[in-house]
Design a protein around this ligand. Structure first.
Ligand code: GSH
Length: 282
């Protein structure tokens, strides 16, 4: 139970788990908890991830690149079970010292190159293949505006609203009000932008759409925290139409299936090593 009379001590110490959904994996220190190398498959790109909103940004991007015929975007996707602490293996920490999925290792470079943070991975892939990133400096800057907007904004949606609405051990009104307000403000920002243009940064589909879709598209499509009714997401009509349009893209359908833990093969696969792994089940 929370203590309404709690006064923070002078110095915070970690003397008990914080409670809530992720209590067993949360620690106030970084680094590896166990020695284990990451597996490496046969393709140039090795993705270590899970089918969460941050994870699927990268698998959607890779599927979009493959759909445009870039064979160099072939990849192995390995499942990192964040609820079981796989992100704290020595191998994963070497790929991402921040112990968060997604992480990518590019083996097509002289020395294998690690790329972490979903925004950095999207930018890396967009530049490597020259796709989903405008060449015109003004259009590129507008795209980057929205890409970085997503990186700064989604933690309020996920770590703020989602955490206190769905995962905290008790319902506290103050943080739910605080983050519901901010999440609705963000949905309104997107809705207003999308009233004026087909994609978030302009006329073309870019990595900014790929970054924003899993969080904010997922939210209005009713996939996040069971909070669609609570946040009246039907009000954001332009955002909804954009989300439905992106959701229907074949590469998005495929990318969303990657690193998903499910018994239903048509819903997703834990690992992806071949294009046929994501083909519809006959
Ligand atoms: N800013 C990071 C956020 C990544 C992130 O928060 N990943 C979550 C899953 S969606 C994670 O790995 N959580 C595991 C943990 O916190 O230990 C990115 O965009 O890549």
């Amino acid at each position: 139970m929370s203590d309404p009379t709690y006064t923070p001590p002078k110095v915070w110490t970690w003397d008990k788990p914080s409670g809530g959904h992720f209590a067993s994996i949360n620690r106030p220190i970084s680094g590896a908890t166990h020695e284990k190398d990451l597996p490496v498959g046969k393709h140039p790109l090795q993705l270590y991830s899970m089918g969460t909103p941050n994870g699927v940004k990268v698998s959607i991007m890779l599927e979009e690149l493959l759909a445009r015929g870039h064979e160099g975007a072939e990849y192995d996707a390995w499942l990192i079970r964040i609820g079981e602490g796989d992100q704290f293996s020595s191998g994963f920490v070497a790929a991402n010292p921040n112990s968060k999925i997604p992480a990518l290792v590019d083996h097509s470079t002289d020395k294998p190159l690690r790329v972490f943070e979903s925004g950095s991975i999207l930018l890396y892939l967009a530049e490597k293949f020259g796709e989903f990133i405008p060449k015109d400096p003004a259009a590129r800057t507008e795209m980057l505006n929205w890409l970085f907007w997503q990186m700064g904004s989604a933690p309020y949606l996920g770590g703020g609203f989602g955490h206190f609405y769905a995962y905290a051990p008790e319902k506290f009104q103050y943080p739910i009000d605080r983050f519901a307000m901010e999440t609705k403000r963000q949905l309104d920002v997107l809705d207003k932008a999308l009233a004026e243009r087909p994609y978030i940064a302009g006329d073309d589909y870019t990595i900014a759409d790929i970054a924003i879709f899993p969080w904010y598209g997922g939210m209005v499509l009713g996939r996040a925290y069971n909070a669609g009714e609570f946040l009246s997401v039907h009000e954001y009509k332009h955002l909804m139409a954009w989300a439905e349009k992106i959701d229907a893209r074949p590469a998005v359908v495929r990318g969303r299936k990657v690193n998903r833990v499910t018994d239903d093969r048509s819903e997703g696969v834990a690992e992806r090593h071949d294009a046929s792994d994501l083909d519809p089940v006959a």
